[in-house]
Design a binder for this molecule. Sequence first.
Ligand code: SF4
Ligand code: SF4
Ligand code: SF4
Length: 324
Amino acid sequence: MAKLKLAVYWTAACGGCDMAMLDMGERVLELDRVADIVLWPLVADFKYSDVRQMEDNAIDICLLHGAVRNEENRQMAELLRQKSRVLVALGSCACFGGIPGLANFFDRQEIFTWVYLESQSTDNAGGVCPQTSARVPEGELTLPEFFDTVLTLDQVVDVDYYIPGCPPTTEMLWQAIQTLTGDQLPPKGTVFAGSKTLCDRCTRQKEGKSITGFRRLAAVDIDLQRCFLEQGIVCCGPATRSGCGGRCLRANMPCRGCFGPTEHVRDQGARLVGAIAAMIASDHREEIEKISHLLPVPDDPAATFYRFSLPHSLLKRKRKENAS
Ligand code: SF4
Ligand code: SF4
Ligand code: SF4
């Protein structure tokens, strides 16, 4: 039987999803038995021209991790869509925008000003910022355009399947790969993770208690068996898809939401704010406000609630003052 053609590629990403692939260990060799790797920059030196020369749909399965941050990312997403029968958004950056998507709280000008002109570590006497084209004695140099707004993969091209997580667990990844290389593909749009929220799957003791105040994890002795939220420690479990096996909870860390929302939740941050608000132990506005102000996220509440999903959310990005 002919082997499948598999591609793995990254756009705006940290590389952690590639590491999760490598963490599959000897199962990568099992993968090699059923699929030829035709593109994977982490493990071999492939060129863009190699991909351009492929026929359309020549790649059977393409796992693409990373958000779409610049013109190069967009072109590669479009090219790989054209060359792939099945395109999978791998990891939270591709699925929801992920950590790179937090840049949507700023625009390009603000980012360039801070990174290239104002940050304490900047040494840029000429005040040079990235340009898409620059003339030098040797000729013209070009750079891909840096977008104002970080996009999810499916905001740019059609996506067939999703494997969430920052990064996805190796077990989930392996299960997804086995399914995708098997005889029958699942319905388009399938998310390779749980369908319920993490709270639904969590085994920590829940006493149905309300929140009387918020605490920082590092500043209190926590009950290792009890629900974090009931102890006043922000945990994103109520608005986050299950499937990771409670990876952080087992290490006594609250969930930060990396598996994104379930299919019944349109906006992960809004659902989380609603879930937490519903647990506050008061019906009186002043008291609720007093308790809310104890939330240990005073400088960055938006990033706490939308840490992995801002580009995918209803907000999508910070409102631009001059937007039409
Ligand atoms: S999902 Fe997480 S691990 Fe994967 S590329 Fe994005 S930031 Fe890195
Ligand atoms: S809020 Fe966190 S600790 Fe509490 S039940 Fe949900 S996932 Fe578990
Ligand atoms: S517990 Fe939450 S943050 Fe941790 S891996 Fe699971 S979904 Fe991601």
